[in-house]
Design a protein around this ligand. Structure first.
Ligand code: UDX
Length: 482
C-alpha cells in the first residue's frame, strides 16, 4: 500500500487537530492509521511544534505545519471558559489556515488532490475548505449518543439547558435519564449556543464523518444519526488501539509528552513501578482528565476517601496539581503519599497511594494491578478503560461526560456511579463506600465480568472481520475516491 502515497489521484490528507489533549490524541492516532494505510499526511498544528516533535514525526510522506508563529496568539484554556476558548481558536485560525493551504498548494502539494480531515470543534477548517473547494471529512471525538443529545437540544432551541431532550433520547435508549443530557451550564450561554451550532454545521455538511466509537457499542444512536444526516458515517474506534503493535507508535507517543518530556518520563517510571509492586486487580486509578481544575475541598475529600477505602491507589491529579495546589497538605495523617514529579520516589509496596501530576494512562489501564478507574468519563478515558476491561467508578462533571456515564452505568453496565452528597458534592465516606462496592463483593464481581466481556467486544471490533476494522476499510476506499 505504501506505493499509493506516490500514486496520482490519491488525496494527500491535511489533518487539523484541536490543541486539547482529549481531542489531540484521537486525531494523532488517526494520523498514524492513515499513514499506515498508505496516505501521505500533513498535520496542521495551531501552535508551533517543538523540535523534538518534529524529529519524531516528520518523514518523506508525513509533514508538520504550524499556524502560530510564536503560539502566543492561542489563549490558555485553563485561563478561560472552554466555549470562549473554542470561539477564539476558531476565529484566530481561519486566516492562517487559508494562507497555509494556499502556500502548500503553490509549493509542496502543487498538483496534488487534497482532503481536509478536521476535528469537528475546529470548524474554521470547514469554512476554509468550502472557500477553497477542497473536500473535507470530519472527526467526532466523543460518542454518537452525545451528538444525538446535542442535536436534540439544538432542535428544541433550548441550548444550553436540558429541558425535554431526555424524553427523545429515552425513546431510543430507555435507560437514559434527564440528568444524563449533555451539560454546558458552566459556560457563557450565548457563546455556547453559537459554538455548538457551528460544530453541528461543520459535522452535518462534511463529505463523511469519522467517529471514534464502535458500532458494537452504539448501534442505535449511530443508526438514528445516519438516518437524519447525509454524510456516510464511519465508526472506526477505538482509535488508540490500532497501532498498539506498531513500533513507530512508541516513538510517536513522545508527541503527547514533548512539552514536559523529562518530568513526565519521571512520573511514568514512578507510576509503573508503583503498579508493579501491587497485586493484580488491587489498585484504584484516579483521574479527572486533562482539563478539570478541582477545588481544595474536592481534593481533600478525594484524598480522605482514597485513604479510607483501604485499597492502594494511583492518583493522576492533573491541572489542579500542576497549577500549584499542594495535595500532600490535604492528605490525612498516616497516609504516605508521594507527590508530583520532583518529590520523593515511591517506597512501594509499603505506600498506599501515589499522586502524580500526570500518568501514562493507556499504559496504566493496561497494567494488571489496576482494578478500578475512578473517572470523570471523558470519552477517551472511558474508551481506554473499556478497551482494557477495567471497571469504572463514574464521576461525570460537564459536557458529554454525563451521557457517557449514563451508558457506562446503565447501558453497558461496566461501572457504578460515585455516591455524592445531596448537592452533588464529594464526601469522603461516600467515596470510600463507592470504591469498595466496585472493588469487593458480588456487585463488583459482576461489573468486572461485564468489563472483561467489553474488552473482548472491543478486540473483536478491531479484528479482521470486526465492525470497526470493516468500517476502516470502507473509509480508506471512500477517501481514495474523493
Ligand atoms: C475533554 C472532555 O472533558 C471530554 O469529556 C471529551 O470527551 C474530550 O475532551 P478530557 O477531560 O481531557 O477531554 O478527558 P478525556 O477525553 O478522557 O481525555 C484525556 C486524555 O488524556 C486521555 O486520552 C488520557 O489517556 C490522557 N491522560 C490524562 C493521560 O494520559 N494522563 C493523565 O494523567 C491524564
Amino acid at each position: 500500500m505504501a506505493e499509493n502515497r506516490r500514486r496520482d489521484g490519491i488525496p494527500h490528507l491535511v489533518l487539523v487537530p484541536c490543541p486539547l489533549q482529549g481531542h489531540l490524541s484521537p486525531m494523532l492516532h488517526l494520523a498514524g492509521i492513515f499513514h499506515s494505510k498508505g496516505f501521505a499526511v500533513t498535520l496542521v498544528l495551531v501552535q508551533p511544534a517543538s523540535p523534538r516533535v518534529v524529529t519524531s514525526w516528520v518523514s518523506d510522506d508525513f509533514f508538520l505545519e504550524s499556524l502560530g508563529g510564536s503560539g502566543s496568539d492561542i489563549p490558555d484554556v485553563c485561563e478561560m471558559d472552554l466555549m470562549c476558548f473554542l470561539n477564539e481558536v476558531n476565529s484566530k485560525c481561519k486566516l492562517p489556515f487559508r494562507d497555509c493551504l494556499t502556500r502548500l498548494r503553490m509549493n509542496r502539494l502543487k498538483g496534488h488532490k487534497l482532503c481536509i480531515v478536521y476535528d469537528a470543534i475546529m470548524y474554521f477548517s470547514a469554512e476554509v475548505s468550502n472557500e477553497l473547494e477542497i473536500p473535507r471529512v470530519v472527526l467526532r471525538t466523543s460518542t454518537a449518543a452525545n451528538f444525538l443529545g446535542l442535536s436534540m437540544l439544538k432542535q428544541k432551541a433550548c441550548l444550553p439547558t436540558q429541558d425535554g431532550s431526555a424524553k427523545a433520547i429515552r425513546e431510543l435508549i430507555p435507560a437514559m435519564r434527564e440528568s444524563d443530557m449533555p451539560v454546558f451550564d458552566k459556560f457563557c450561554p450565548e457563546t455556547t449556543e453559537r459554538v455548538l451550532a457551528q460544530i453541528h454545521e461543520s459535522t452535518s455538511t462534511a463529505s463523511a464523518i469519522i467517529w471514534n466509537t464502535l458500532q458494537a457499542l452504539e448501534r442505535t444512536p449511530l443508526h438514528r444519526i445516519q438516518s437524519s444526516l447525509s454524510p456516510p458515517i464511519f465508526p472506526i474506534g477505538p482509535l488508540h488501539k490500532y497501532q498498539a503493535q506498531d513500533p513507530r507508535r512508541c516513538r510517536r507517543r513522545s508527541l503527547f509528552t514533548a512539552d514536559t518530556g523529562a518530568r513526565r518520563e519521571e512520573d511514568r517510571i514512578k507510576c509503573m513501578s508503583f503498579l508493579d509492586s501491587h497485586t493484580p486487580g488491587s489498585v484504584v486509578y484516579v483521574s479527572a482528565g486533562s482539563l478539570a481544575r478541582l477545588s481544595r475541598s474536592e481534593l481533600a475529600e478525594m484524598a480522605g476517601g482514597l485513604a479510607d477505602c483501604g485499597q492502594p491507589f494511583l492518583w493522576a491529579v492533573g491541572p489542579s496539581l500542576e497549577h500549584g495546589d499542594d495535595v500532600a497538605g490535604l492528605v490525612p495523617s498516616g497516609l504516605e503519599l508521594s507527590r508530583a514529579a520532583g518529590c520523593h520516589h515511591p517506597r512501594a509496596p509499603s505506600m498506599q497511594g501515589l499522586a502524580v501530576a500526570w500518568a501514562p494512562q493507556e499504559e496504566v489501564l493496561a497494567h494488571g494491578s489496576v482494578g478500578c478507574f475512578w473517572t470523570h468519563n471523558g470519552w477517551n478515558s472511558t474508551l481506554e478503560s473499556m478497551t482494557e476491561g477495567v471497571p469504572m467508578l463514574c464521576w461525570p462533571r460537564v459536557g458529554d461526560q454525563k451521557i457517557i456515564a449514563g451508558f457506562v452505568t446503565r447501558v453497558w453496565r461496566v461501572g457504578l456511579e460515585l455516591e455524592c452528597d445531596g448537592d452533588g458534592g464529594l464526601e469522603r465516606g461516600r467515596i470510600s463506600r463507592s470504591i469498595k462496592r466496585v472493588m469487593v463483593g458480588e456487585e463488583g464481581r459482576e461489573i468486572k465480568k461485564r468489563a472483561s466481556e467489553m474488552k473482548e467486544t472491543v478486540e473483536l471490533a478491531l479484528s479482521g472481520g470486526g465492525c470497526s476494522s470493516q468500517f476502516l476499510g470502507k473509509l480508506v476506499d471512500f477517501i481514495q475516491l474523493l
